[in-house]
Design a protein around this ligand. Structure first.
Ligand code: CO
Length: 300
């Protein structure tokens, strides 16, 4: 018990000078909080790590941290790997405790759906707090498929990503987005489809796991494009996690898109199971968005 008490007292003495230093001097301490849904698959995690690595490199003057929004995944990682990854509010409370004053939250979500709304709620709660438990500023970057411009940028990235496959006119690229059934942000997938159609008509086919367009919509669209003889299946997600491995390309799962397409007569199917977070152009787009947000804040 005595050991615990002395450790506690020591902790208090270590903490007090650092906290009072930051607040006492009104020193500006910037931080960037990268927020992802998360994944428990170590290989898929590479996509998130790549984005964090790029942000750290681009903003060496900022403290860069990572938070996951999925409690199920956070608890699974803690249990299986002993790694504790905070949720966004824990990460913000920790940054506040360490004296950080200006926080830029960088969601890695594709659409501004429910997950993004929840991140915004946490940000606005912390942003509205004044006094020693609040920050001087809390700003949130938009997700990738945000409005027409965001969809145009991602369409350009996808054109480069599948540049070699697009050269073969018989190849169709099927992209699996996550989708959300009850949020208007789901319409962003159709906005992206439009942007892709303008660049390579009849070559990209977007579907979603959870919502519309479905795999049936994708197959109906394939019928309208009889020139397509080969397919490539790839996730339209930051991480090639559970959905990509099982719902998209699962060989043993009769309901996987791979097997649905096979049972509908498609023979020539390839998969490209790499998360968009591993794409260097997606990382550049993320950095561009952070710079744009900082500039718009500076000009206020
Ligand atoms: Co899901």
């Amino acid at each position: 018990m005595q050991k615990i008490i002395s450790a506690f007292i020591l902790g208090v003495f270590i903490l007090i000078p650092s906290v009072s230093f930051a607040h006492g001097n009104n020193e500006s301490k910037p931080a960037i909080l990268v927020v992802s849904f998360g994944t428990s698959l170590p290989d898929a995690r590479q996509a998130i790590n790549n984005l964090v690595y790029n942000v750290k490199n681009e903003f060496p003057g900022s403290e860069v941290r990572l938070a996951f929004t999925s409690n199920i995944i956070r608890r699974k990682i803690l249990k299986e790997h002993g790694e504790s990854i905070p949720n966004p509010s824990q990460a913000l409370a920790q940054l506040n405790d360490e004296g950080y004053t200006h926080v830029t939250i960088v969601p890695t979500h594709m659409i501004p759906g429910e997950e993004f709304d929840e991140v915004c709620e946490v940000a606005s709660a912390f942003g509205s707090m004044s006094g020693k438990f609040g920050f001087e500023s809390v700003n949130v970057c938009s997700p990738f498929l945000n409005g027409v411009k965001g969809c145009e940028s991602v369409a350009e990235i996808l054109m480069k990503r599948f540049e070699s496959q697009l050269k073969d006119k018989e190849t169709g690229i099927i992209l699996m987005g996550h989708g959300t059934p009850e949020h208007f942000a789901n319409a962003q997938y159709l906005q992206l489809q439009l942007a892709l159609n303008q660049r390579a008509y009849g070559r990209f086919f977007i579907g979603t796991v959870e919502s519309a367009p479905s795999i049936n919509d994708v197959m109906a669209e394939l019928k309208r494009n009889p020139g397509i003889k080969k397919l490539i299946l790839s996730p339209l997600m930051i991480v090639a996690g559970d959905h990509a491995q099982n719902d998209l390309a699962g060989k043993d799962d009769p309901d996987s898109w791979l097997n649905i397409l096979k049972s509908n007569g498609w023979k020539n199917i390839d998969t490209y199971l790499v998360g968009l977070g591993e794409d260097k152009n997606m990382a550049h787009e993320l950095l561009r968005k952070i710079h744009a947000l900082n500039e718009s804040e500076d000009s206020k």
